[in-house]
Design a protein. Structure first.
Length: 257
């Protein structure tokens, strides 16, 4: 698929942004291909986790300004039409998503990295918001995602001062799960993705949904929502296997169903 390479590692699907000449800068074609690739790969029930990374020296350098005309005169409508589907596909994916950040994740590329569930960063990776440097506001979900990951003050610091964030500092403040040597990035990302792929997929994805919902509700409402979802999930094949394995004192073998 143009702009996005697909590969498999057992139950893990690997999606690679493949426009290295521009450091995988965003265009309508690239993000359209990403949304389609997520949908195509997750249609296969044997795929139970995804890894998203970038080809070449960087993860994603943000929006490709040369492609801005393709968004049309109504920029908001163009972004929602061409860009939002890819972000939505990652954020609401039917399986867990690990993002392997190699090199720079700038502007909208920073936003894209946050759209997954967990970030593994190469030691050479860096994160920068960029926007206020060119007199713009953060976009593509940054103002929703970043403060929820690292808190309001740190999010404002990154957005207002535009200081690059090293991989090590990103780990310290909770943006990324782990930092690894560049040569081991995909190996470690796949190790994490395989671990997630071996888990009870429905329960993992439902847990993510509960976390999302908790941002917009009360303690009491969320208390009830958890139990309502639990009542459904507990009937799944994986939940039954989990209980049986616990009673039988053995390791559970989940199937994602």
């Amino acid at each position: 698929m143009t702009g996005v390479k697909q590969a498999r590692d057992g139950a893990v699907g690997i999606l690679t942004l493949d426009e290295p000449a521009s450091l995988n800068a965003m265009t309508p074609d690239l993000l359209g291909a990403l949304a389609a690739a997520v949908a195509e790969m997750t249609r296969d029930e044997d795929v139970r986790a995804l890894v998203l990374t970038g080809a070449g020296r960087g993860f994603c350098s943000g929006q490709n300004l040369k492609a801005s005309d393709a968004l049309g005169e109504d920029i908001a409508a163009g972004v929602m039409r061409f860009y939002w589907p890819a972000f939505k596909a990652l954020r609401e994916c039917h399986v867990p998503v690990v993002v392997a950040v190699n090199g720079v994740a700038a502007g909208g590329g920073f936003s894209l990295a946050m759209a997954g569930d967990m970030i593994v960063a190469a030691r050479s990776a860096s994160f920068i918001q960029v926007f206020s440097r060119i007199a713009l506001v953060p976009d593509l979900g940054s103002t929703w995602l970043l403060p929820r990951l690292i808190g309001r003050q740190r999010a404002l610091e990154l957005m207002l001062l535009n200081e690059p964030l090293t991989a090590e500092r990103a780990q310290e403040i909770g943006l990324v799960r782990q930092v690894v040597d560049d040569a081991k990035l995909m190996e470690e990302a796949l190790t994490l993705a395989r671990r997630l792929a071996d888990g009870p997929t429905r329960a993992l994805v439902a847990t993510r949904a509960l976390i999302e919902e908790s941002e917009h509700t009360t303690y009491e409402a969320q208390f009830r929502r958890e139990i309502e979802l639990q009542a459904t999930i507990r009937k799944s094949a994986d939940a039954i296997e989990g209980r049986n394995a616990f009673v039988e004192k053995r390791k559970a073998k989940f199937t994602g169903k």
